[in-house]
Design a protein around this ligand. Structure first.
Ligand SMILES: [Zn+2]
Length: 195
């Protein structure tokens, strides 16, 4: 993208520290395993159908210095932070979440990661469609409230990611999230409905 600031092309996910993490090699093997799961396969197929080829090194294990679980960077691909991964399910989640960002970046030529509403929209979709907020995972994080927990959880995670964007203050992130919530929460492409 011409003229865009260099730090306006990525979305990162913050992550609580839990466990010891795994080695880069183990994380790379976990990424390979995730690529054989139906949901990851489906997303990769749809990225390719949309004209974005997923090369062998598109998803990389990285040792992250910041406290994040992973991220997607335009032109570079997906990183999974090995030092914050402990089990296969966590790697699958990060890969699925970041593939939804990659899909959004692929299908919307004018997507601007510096625009808080664009970023919030992709986070809403990634949070909703990836199953980040399925009830079992929420229990693991210690959030027990049943009613409306899924949307509360997606909102909480959208705010974490969007406020990490240097272009989005807390107020800007909140306004952006509310403005695009209905449209983006209900936009389940490439799925027919939320998996
Ligand atoms: Zn995200």
């Amino acid at each position: 993208m011409e003229g865009g600031a260099s730090d306006a092309k990525l979305a990162i996910e913050s992550s609580p520290i839990r466990g010891e993490g795994v080695s880069l090699e183990e994380c790379q093997r976990m990424i390979q395993r995730s690529l054989r799961t139906p949901m990851v396969k489906f997303l990769v197929e749809n990225l390719e159908k949309s004209g974005c080829i997923v090369a062998d090194n598109f998803i990389k294990a990285v040792n992250c210095t910041k406290q994040i679980s992973g991220g997607y960077t335009r032109g570079e691909g997906i990183m999974v932070c090995s030092n914050y991964m402990n089990i296969q399910d966590e790697v699958n989640q990060v890969v699925i979440h970041e593939l939804i960002h990659a899909y959004d970046d692929c299908r919307a030529a004018n997507l601007d990661w510096a625009d808080c509403a664009h970023h919030a929209c992709s986070e809403i979709r990634a949070g909703h469609l990836s199953g980040d907020c399925h009830y079992k995972r929420e229990l693991l994080r210690g959030y027990m409230k049943m009613r409306g927990h899924e949307q509360d959880c997606v909102r909480r995670r959208v705010m974490k990611s969007v406020t990490a964007n240097p272009y989005c203050s807390e107020a800007a992130a909140t306004d952006a999230m509310e403005a695009v919530w209905d449209i983006c929460y209900n936009d389940t492409r490439p799925f027919d409905r939320a998996p």
